[in-house]
Design a protein around this ligand. Structure first.
Ligand code: HSE
Length: 439
């Protein structure tokens, strides 16, 4: 049986997971592919670093260049993380004409343009199934399963840390800070947690999905991002009362093109979102990820699974290992190119123009005339109120007031909120969370 030899850079959590999964299912993979996969060398930070699955010392080195340049190594697996050494590893391998597998969404987000250009220049492919939503085969689904569809909407719960925190806040009525501290103690959240809870990790993944779905490279700076720090247990309680739950959603939606011959115009954003409790995404809880994709031919589809962790990520890397091995064995390295920019006129709509419904929580002094002033500012901005909740309080007390607002462009809403914030009866900056029915 033909054999393809791989070298791996990174032998930590994910790397040792890949080693273990290959050890366990290598024969199965060979039987299915008709090609045997051999992991010949693994570069690690330190030979004695702790790893969840042991790797035989004979395979290890601390010199990544030795692995990349090893003439036996036909494919390089990059599992270093970060964007500095990882970029060097990927470029060095591609320059040698060696295909590369990476799980690194931050690297692709920051340097995708350069790396994809290198794949074309050197005729070596880049495989990145593990970069988005861990074990969920969403990259394959978008590039192959849905190749005959225009993707009109995609909603992703793609950060397990945020989903875990929001789920516990919802289920336990707990505060953000309290759940975050506990999640860090239990290893469900990183220290520092900023990349996850400020939405950056979700933005890296959402940008990649948007680029693949729409055929033009979505620059990270065009993605509007809000994290979950400002979501309080009060918001989760009121959302529930109104029939919603709150999820950090990556949203990629096709908007109407402004002119007849203009290219695709899409919303690409990440923010906490009220979604109806009855929607399938509302039951995606804890560390789980899900991606809801609507295609113009297929209709609605849903992908659910573990978005992180050594085994789920290893499963995605194994899928890329299989593709790389088959492409080398059959000389089909360009069968599914890393990225095909085919929509040259595509644009990301500025957030100011994105229309949505809104949940707004105000802290106001309960006295006559306050609602009238708030309503007058909103109606002056052309924004309708669809519902109001105010728990019964005593006159003169500061109370929460919840407004559900009809569709309005972001710019109009922001301007109205700035005016509302200046009213003397409003005692804290308004909290605004967008509402998405995901239908
Ligand atoms: N930190 C990510 C998450 C996993 O919490 O989902 C790696 O992408």
């Amino acid at each position: 049986m033909q054999q393809i030899t791989f070298g791996m850079i990174g032998g930590g959590t994910v790397g040792s997971g890949v080693f273990h999964a290959l050890d366990r299912n290598g024969d199965l993979l060979a039987a299915r592919l008709g090609v045997r996969v051999r992991l010949a060398r693994i570069a690690v930070k330190a030979l004695d670093e702790p790893r969840p699955y042991p790797i035989p010392a004979a395979l290890l080195t601390t010199d990544w260049t030795a692995v990349v340049h090893d003439p036996q190594v036909q494919v390089v697996i990059e599992l270093v993380g970060g964007t500095s050494i990882a970029r060097k590893v990927v470029l060095a391998a591609l320059e040698l004409g060696k295909p590369v597998i990476t799980a690194n969404k931050a690297l692709l987000s920051a340097h995708g343009g350069e790396l994809f250009a290198a794949t074309r220049k050197h005729g070596a492919n880049l495989y990145y199934e593990a970069s988005v939503a861990g074990g969920i085969p969403i990259i394959k689904a978008l590039r192959e399963g849905f190749v005959g569809n225009r993707i009109t909407a995609l909603y992703g719960i793609v950060n397990g840390t945020c989903n875990y925190i929001l789920t516990r806040m919802q289920q336990e009525g707990a505060d953000f800070a309290e759940v975050l501290a506990d999640a860090q103690k239990q290893g469900y959240a990183e220290t520092p947690p900023d990349l996850d809870i400020d939405g950056c990790d979700a933005a890296h993944k959402t940008g990649l999905l948007a680029s693949l779905a729409h055929g033009f490279w979505v620059e990270p700076k065009r993605i509007y991002v809000e994290g979950i720090r400002h979501v309080s247990k009060l918001d989760l309680q009121f959302a529930r009362q109104l029939g919603y739950t709150i999820k950090l959603l990556g949203i990629v939606k096709t908007l109407a093109a402004p002119k007849a011959k203009a290219g695709a115009r899409i919303q690409v954003s990440v923010y906490p979102t009220l979604i109806p409790k009855a929607h399938v995404l509302a039951s995606v809880n804890g560390i789980f990820n899900a991606v809801f994709v609507r295609g113009d031919v297929v209709g609605d589809t849903l992908f659910y699974g573990r978005g992180a962790g050594k085994d789920a990520t290893a499963s995605a890397v194994l899928s890329d290992i299989a593709d790389a091995a088959l492409d080398l064995a059959h000389g089909t390295h360009g069968r599914v190119p890393a990225f095909v920019p085919h929509e040259r006129r595509g644009t990301v709509a500025p957030m100011d123009e994105v229309v949505s419904r809104y949940y707004v929580r105000l802290s106001v002094v309960d006295r006559p005339g306050v609602f009238a002033k708030v309503a007058s500012i909103l109606s002056g901005a052309g924004i309708g109120i669809s519902s109001i909740i105010q728990p019964e309080g005593h006159e003169g007390e500061t109370v929460p007031v919840i407004l559900m607002l009809h569709d309005a462009p972001n710019a109009a809403l922001q301007k109205a909120l700035a005016k509302i914030a200046k009213l003397p009866a409003v005692k804290a900056p308004p909290v605004m969370i967008r509402v998405e029915s995901c239908v």
